[in-house]
Design a protein around this ligand. Structure first.
Ligand code: UFG
Length: 330
């Protein structure tokens, strides 16, 4: 009996595969390696290279393996790109998931945990954000994730395929031993870009916007360590295995840090001045996103372990220092 991890060669997927194997689970990974990396896949996991929109590929995998639960990370996740190319996101994130769900229903799989996002909320109506708050995405990425949640809901109603949707806030950090980490191309996220400056791979950081209604004028985000996210997936899977009902959970630390506070913390970790300057706002960035994860604590028994921003950044720095070219496969 194995857990199938779709997108297990990606950033959060690879850390979750690692955690599953540490927990003694058998793991099968399926990844098309478009944004994922072969070297990120744990050597004890069995890798199938293919696309989840390929029904024959899925049928073959589901016939060969005995799968008793699925964790689904396979999606495009760049907000800016999704605004410029929405149909790419609809095709991959929604159409791909539709094919996947048909296959899972046909093969009798009963539990699935999947990645959702804070981007389902759009401009939050209050901070911290609760799962029951208004969901009005401001970009196609968030819209496709919200539609995925609804697709899962109706599929459960019709076919009894139970799900947990995990709405991540800002995923960051790396496995503390530095062996796997974040490797996007192009990189758009704040912490890896700040660390690229510290490592001399970029000259400076552009801080997008200094006139937000926050204490220092820069955006505030809730940074959650990727290993805490991995742990939440295992807890969500165990919850479904115990017979838990389909549900949606926020995953964040519940504390917000401004972009300038992140830069300050990175300066302290790296002992590099990290030159930066305030530029125009980036379109689509909400001013403040901070999660209430009270529900995940109460129902899943999840509690983030990595709550210190400097410690989180230090794990990311270890990875970037030892892998300046990422996995070196692009
Ligand atoms: N930022 C900069 N300079 C950069 C890169 C980012 O100032 O070079 C700023 C952004 O403008 C934002 C903050 O740093 O204010 C965080 O940006 P990230 O790109 O690191 O993360 P986001 O908050 O945009 O994205 C996260 C998740 C997405 C999710 C989104 C919801 O990564 O998956 O939150 O809004 F969709």
């Amino acid at each position: 009996m194995a857990i199938l991890v779709l997108g297990g060669a990606g950033y959060i997927g690879s850390h979750t595969v690692h955690a599953l194997i540490e927990a003694g689970r058998e793991v099968v990974v399926a990844d098309n390696l478009v944004t994922g990396h072969r070297a990120a896949v744990h050597p004890k996991a069995k890798l199938y290279v293919g696309d989840l929109s390929d029904r024959a590929f899925l049928d073959d995998l589901l016939r060969n393996e005995t799968i008793d639960g699925v964790i689904h990370f396979a999606a495009y996740s760049l907000v800016g790109e999704s605004v410029g190319n929405p149909l790419k996101y609809y095709r991959n994130n929604l159409c791909g998931t539709e094919v996947l769900l048909e296959a899972l229903v046909d093969h009798g799989v009963q539990n699935i945990v999947f990645s959702s996002t804070a981007a389902t909320y759009g401009e939050p109506e209050r901070i911290p954000i609760l799962e029951s708050d208004r969901t009005e995405p401001t970009n196609p990425y968030g819209e496709t994730k919200l539609s995925m949640e609804k697709m899962f809901h109706w599929t459960d109603r019709a076919h009894g395929l139970r799900y947990v949707a995990l709405r991540y806030f800002n995923a960051c950090g790396a496995l503390p031993d530095g062996s796997i980490g974040e490797a996007h191309d192009p990189e758009t996220h704040l912490i890896p870009i700040v660390l690229q400056v510290a490592l001399g791979r970029r000259e400076r950081l552009d801080v997008f916007g200094g006139d937000y209604p926050t204490a220092d004028g820069t955006c505030v985000r809730d940074y959650i360590h990727v290993c805490d996210l991995a742990d939440a997936h295992i807890k969500a899977l165990e919850y479904l295995e115990r017979g838990g009902e389909s549900d949606v959970f926020n995953l964040g630390n519940g504390v917000g840090f401004s972009n300038l506070e992140v830069v300050e913390a990175a300066r302290a970790v790296t002992h590099h001045p990290i030159p930066s300057s305030i530029k125009d706002r980036r379109p689509g960035d909400p001013a403040i996103l901070v999660a209430s994860s009270e529900k995940a604590g109460r129902i899943l028994g999840w509690k983030p372990q990595h709550t210190d921003l400097k410690e989180i950044i230090a794990t990311a720095y270890r990875w970037h220092q030892s892998h300046p070219e990422g996995y070196g496969d692009r």
